[in-house]
Ligand binder design. Sequence first.
Ligand code: GDP
Ligand code: IMO
Ligand code: MG
Length: 429
Amino acid sequence: MPAFVVVGMQWGDEGKGKVVDYVTRYADVVVRHNGGNNAGHTLMVGGKQTILHLIPSGILHEGKICIIGNGTVLDPAVLLEEVDAVRAAGARLEGRLFISETAHIIMPYHKLFDKAQEKFRGKNRLGTTGRGIGPAYADKAERFGIRLGDLLDTAVFKAKLANLLEYKNLMLEKLFDEPPLCFDTVCDEYLGYADRLRPFAADIVPMVHEALRAGRQVVCEGAQGTMLDLDHGTFPYVTSSTTLSAGACSGIGLGPRDIKGVIGIVKAYTTRVGEGPFPTELLNSSGEFLREKGREYGATTGRPRRCGWLDCVQLRRAAMVNGVTHLVLTKPDVLGSLDTIKICTAYELDGRKTLEFPGQLSKLERVIPLYEEMPGWTEDISTCSSWTGLPAAARAYFKRIEELIGAPVAIVSVGPGREQTIECVDPFA
Ligand code: GDP
Ligand code: IMO
Ligand code: MG
């Protein structure tokens, strides 16, 4: 059976965690394929909130296999904290959680470099999460990275660390005016993590392919969102991984033909954390309304999220670069009580109307969003359990989104809870 990919269509925080937790009922295996603990995926099950940074969002379903793919970067301390938290919540992880031995490890110098680079950028800072994500992926590309398999082999790890620290300490001291890191301290700390991570390490490629061959449903969970993709996002205001559906291929070891469907998660309005262009941003009371009603504060850093109207120019580009087959709409309940809702349907760029999302930052910074207005609804839809139970104005808004993006809405999420979910079309069909 082929795999399905769940991908964020905007700038992250679309509700991927909620949706992956929901669709895991139909899946056998859930694999996270990119990013690190820059992500914060929130699940709300039985009134209890769980925020996951690395562990796949299927973990609260007993018996389902959860895999962390090679395309991720792992901060061992954070990962182990998460393991402890999930266990404390009652989940059994033995034989259920597997971590690719070729995933790269976030080292202490990555976090120091992340902060130092942001300081160096000054007013051009990206607003990173400060978790060492960019420097860890840079080391992977520069072939300086340490992989989980290296960490688990004490001799290999010691040799790599000794060699790397020489170089990294030179950079810390000479470039960033920071004190050097001590080999023994880092080595002892990380070898301690190694002992605890060893039981989870695996060669995940044959594991996932065996599951597919056996007809099991595999769901690939993306982190971040399309506009934070290193190639197709709003560079340089992006993260350092492939956040697109294509990231599932390289980040797990799948061929494009293994993927049957791509489920794009769309928040009913737009949010963004960190710096960078955001054409439909609302710097007024409407933005404040969305932030407060939608509780738009970062699940990882607690930063207030910037809020704005839905941008269908941006979303059409996202549908294109991801090969989206279905949409899941989240958080429309937040829009309830607005008289009218605006949707951006086109941009004006240098006096001309365009339907295309500019790839070049300087152009994107100049666009003026052109809006269409739709009537809002006054009803609280968070208890609706069927499409027909939704107010006509809400259905009209969702239908317009389908039309503008060019993909069908398979699921509407009307609240953070697992049960606050309306299935319209089977996305796995
Ligand atoms: P992710 O990074 O894409 O997994 O999203 P986050 O977890 O960072 O942010 C989504 C936030 O919205 C979380 O607090 C969720 O509990 C919440 N959420 C998800 N779906 C819905 C929904 O349909 N309605 C409301 N009101 N909240 C939702
Ligand atoms: P989830 O998976 C929202 C943003 C940061 C910053 C930029 C680069 O929860 O949707 P980084 O630390 O990755 O180098 O920061 O990317 N960012 C996210 N924004 N949701 C996320 O993940 C994000 N992960 C990174 O705020 O602007
Ligand atoms: Mg998030």
